[in-house]
Design a protein around this ligand. Structure first.
Ligand SMILES: Cc1cc2nc3c(=O)[nH]c(=O)nc-3n(C[C@H](O)[C@H](O)[C@H](O)COP(=O)(O)OP(=O)(O)OC[C@H]3O[C@@H](n4cnc5c(N)ncnc54)[C@H](O)[C@@H]3O)c2cc1C
Length: 568
C-alpha cells in the first residue's frame, strides 16, 4: 500500500483548498493537495459564474463593517460573528491578491467594477466578464498552485476517512479509483476543503463531488457540525431546456434587470397570490418566490418539468443584448432564444450555510484538523448573501492554510496504520457483500436524492422529516451493507459511489435531524408546520457523534469580538 507524508494535507482542491495550499506553502509547509476529481476542476468553484462580494469601495464608498452588517442581517441572528467578520474584513485583500495573480476582474474607468446584488446595501460584487468568474478564479489558483514547488497535487483520490488517534488528526485514507487501492497520507495537519452537499438533493445547481463528504468526514473524526438544517435553495434555477456549460442560477440578474415574468403552467402570473407585490416589479423575495412556485406545482399548475416559466418575450432583443450580449449568444448556442420562448425554472439546492464547527483559526475541536470554504458552518448564519461564498472560500482557505502551517511547525509526524481500521473494514465488507441487494450504490444515491428533495426540501414538515429520517436509517443499516458492486479492481466506480453514499447518508441524517429539531421558520429553513420564527430558538444547533449516536445541543451564537470559540 502506498504511503505518503507531508506537513499539511488538504482534502479537496476547489477555491478554498487551492487558496489553503498557497497559504500553507507561504507559511513554510510542505503540502499535499488532493481531490477526488482533477485538482482545480471539480466542485462548485469552477462552476460559479456570477459575483464575488468584497467591500473594496471602488464603485462607491463602502467598508468591511457595512458588508458585515449586511451579512449578519441576512444570517437572521445565527451567524458566528467572528467568522463573518473574518470573511468581510479579509475579503478585499483576497480579491486584490487574486488580481495580482492574474484574475481579470471586470473594470470600469480603471477601477474594479462592482455591482449591486440582493441583500447588499452597496455596489460591492465583482465579477469576470461574461459569466466567467468561477472558471477564471479557478484558473488563476491552478496556475499559482502549479508554480509552487512545495505543493504536490494529486487528482482522482477520494478521501474516505480522516486518521485520528487520541483526539489528534494524523492524516487521511484515500481511495484511488484508477487501481482500487487505498493510499495512506500522513500529515501534521489536515484541512477539510471538500465543499458542500447539494448532491443530496435531486434538484441541485451542481452535483458532481458535492455529496457532503466534508461533513461526514469531520463528524466521524470527532469534530462537531453546526446548523446542518440550513440548506440554501435557489428559487429560479434552470430546469429546461437543457443548458450546457452555463450557470443554472444565472437567471436572477436577468429577472431583476430586464423584468422577466414568472408564469405558471397556464401562462398566468401568480406571485401576487402568495403575498407581496411582484407584477411589473420583479422584486419578490427569494423564499416567497420558491414557495409560490412549489405551491403552483403542487396545485397541478406547474410547467412540464415541475417549475414555472420565466418569460422575456416582452423584452426587445436590443435590450436583451445591451444587458447580457455574449450570454445571449451562448444561450442561442444552447438552442434557447429568449425572444421566442420562455425557459423553465424552479427551486433547487444551491449552497449550505451549516457545516464543520471551527474557531476563528478555522480549527475544529480535533487537534490538527482544520476546515475551509463551504465545508465550514456559521459565517452566513441562516441565509447567505449572494457573492459571499467565493469570498468565504478564498478567505477561509487563506486562514486555514496559514494556521495549519503554523501548527505543523510545532507538531510531529506520526505514521500509524491502526486508526484506519474503519476504512479497511469498509473495503473488506464490500468484497464480501453484494449478495442480497440487486441495487447498485448509484441507484441508492438516486433514491436518497429524491427522498431529500421530497421530504427535506425547501418547505418542510415534522411528518415528512420524520419519515425521511426513518428511511435514511434503514438505508444505513439494511441497504448500504448489501448493495451489488462490481468486483473489478481498476476504475471500479461502484466502490467509489459506495464510499460517497456512506458519507451522503451520514450527512443527510444530520440535515434531517437538525431540521426536525428546529421547530420554527428562519432564513433558509422553512417549516410549514411552524411558519414563524421563534426567538427562543435564536441558537445554533451543534452535533457530534458519541458511541456511534448523533447527539445535538443548542448553543448561543458567537457574538461580536469574542476571540476564539470554546475549543482552543
Ligand atoms: C452553479 C453554482 C454557481 C455559484 N455561483 C456563485 C457565485 O456567483 N458567487 C458565490 O459567491 N458563490 C457561488 N456559488 C457557491 C460557491 O461557488 C461555492 O460555495 C464555493 O466555490 C465553494 O468552494 P469550496 O472550495 O469550498 O468547494 P468546491 O469548489 O466545491 O471544491 C470542493 C472540492 O472537493 C473535492 N472533494 C469532494 N469530496 C472529496 C473527497 N472525499 N476527497 C477528495 N476530494 C473531494 C471536489 O471534487 C471539489 O473539487 C455557486 C455554486 C454553484 C454550484
Amino acid at each position: 500500500m502506498q504511503q505518503l507524508a507531508t506537513d499539511v494535507l488538504i482534502v479537496g482542491a476547489g477555491g478554498a483548498g487551492m487558496y489553503a495550499a498557497i497559504a500553507a506553502a507561504r507559511g513554510g509547509a510542505s503540502v499535499i493537495l488532493l481531490d477526488k476529481s482533477l485538482v482545480g476542476r471539480g466542485g462548485a468553484t469552477v462552476m460559479a459564474q456570477m459575483t464575488v462580494a468584497a467591500a473594496l469601495g471602488q464603485q462607491e464608498p463602502d467598508a468591511w463593517t457595512i458588508h458585515l452588517e449586511d451579512t449578519l442581517k441576512a444570517g437572521r441572528g445565527l451567524c458566528n460573528e467572528e467568522l463573518s467578520a473574518l470573511l468581510c474584513r479579509e475579503g478585499p485583500e483576497r480579491i486584490l491578491e487574486m488580481a495580482e495573480w492574474g484574475t481579470r476582474w471586470a473594470r470600469e474607468e480603471g477601477h474594479i467594477k462592482q455591482e449591486m446584488a440582493p441583500g447588499h446595501s452597496r455596489k460591492r460584487c465583482c465579477y469576470v466578464d461574461f459569466l466567467n468568474t468561477g472558471p477564471a478564479v479557478a484558473a488563476t489558483l491552478r496556475r499559482r498552485v502549479g508554480e509552487i514547488q512545495a505543493i504536490r497535487r494529486i487528482s482522482n483520490i477520494a478521501v474516505i476517512e480522516i486518521l485520528v488517534k487520541e483526539g489528534r488528526a494524523l492524516g487521511a485514507v484515500g481511495f484511488h479509483v484508477a487501481d482500487g487501492e487505498l493510499v495512506m497520507f500522513y500529515a501534521k495537519a489536515v484541512i477539510l476543503a471538500a465543499g458542500g452537499l447539494t448532491k443530496l438533493y435531486a434538484r441541485n445547481s451542481a452535483s458532481a463531488n458535492m455529496g457532503g463528504e466534508s461533513y461526514a468526514l469531520a463528524l466521524w473524526a470527532g469534530a462537531e457540525l453546526v446548523d446542518m438544517e440550513f440548506v440554501q435553495f435557489f428559487p429560479i434555477g434552470h430546469l429546461a431546456p437543457r443548458l450546457v456549460g452555463m450557470d443554472p442560477i444565472m437567471w436572477d440578474p436577468f429577472r431583476y434587470k430586464l423584468g422577466g415574468k414568472l408564469l405558471n403552467g397556464l401562462f398566468e402570473e401568480f406571485l401576487d397570490r402568495y403575498g407581496g407585490e411582484d407584477f411589473g416589479k420583479y422584486t419578490a423575495m427569494r423564499d416567497r418566490t420558491a414557495y409560490a412556485i412549489l405551491k403552483e406545482v403542487e396545485a397541478g399548475r406547474g410547467t412540464p418539468h415541475g417549475g414555472a416559466y420565466l418569460d422575456f418575450r416582452h423584452v426587445l432583443e436590443r435590450d436583451l443584448r445591451a444587458a447580457f450580449g455574449p450570454v445571449i449568444d451562448r444561450l442561442l448556442a444552447n438552442g434557447i432564444d429568449l425572444t421566442k420562448a420562455p425557459v423553465e425554472v424552479g427551486p433547487m439546492a444551491h449552497y449550505h450555510m451549516g457545516g464543520v464547527r471551527v474557531n476563528a483559526n478555522l480549527a475544529t475541536r480535533v487537534e490538527g484538523l482544520y476546515a475551509a470554504g463551504e465545508a465550514v458552518g456559521g459565517a452566513n448564519g441562516a441565509n447567505r448573501l449572494s457573492g459571499n461564498a467565493i469570498t468565504e472560500a478564498f478567505v477561509f482557505g487563506a486562514q486555514a492554510g496559514a494556521c495549519a502551517a503554523d501548527y505543523s511547525r510545532r507538531a510531529e509526524l506520526r505514521r500509524e496504520i491502526l486508526p484506519a481500521r474503519a476504512a479497511f473494514e469498509g473495503l473488506e465488507a464490500l468484497s464480501h457483500g453484494g449478495a442480497k441487494e440487486k441495487r447498485t450504490p448509484a441507484l441508492l444515491q438516486a433514491e436518497l436524492q429524491n427522498l431529500m428533495w421530497e421530504q427535506a426540501g425547501p418547505f418542510r414538515t415534522g411528518e415528512k422529516l420524520a419519515a425521511a429520517l426513518r428511511r435514511i436509517k434503514q438505508m444505513q443499516q439494511e441497504d448500504l451493507p448489501n448493495l451489488r458492486l462490481s468486483q473489478d479492481d481498476a476504475f471500479n466506480l461502484d466502490v467509489q459511489d459506495w464510499f460517497e453514499l456512506r458519507a451522503m447518508l451520514t450527512t443527510a441524517e444530520t440535515v434531517v435531524t437538525a431540521a426536525l429539531a428546529r421547530r420554527e421558520s428562519r432564513g433558509a429553513h422553512q417549516r410549514e408546520d411552524f411558519p414563524d420564527a421563534d426567538e427562543a430558538l435564536l441558537k445554533n444547533q451543534v452535533m457530534e457523534l458519541k458511541d456511534g449516536k448523533l447527539l445535538t445541543r443548542w448553543v448561543s451564537p458567537v457574538r461580536g469580538r469574542r476571540v476564539g470559540a470554546d475549543h482552543g
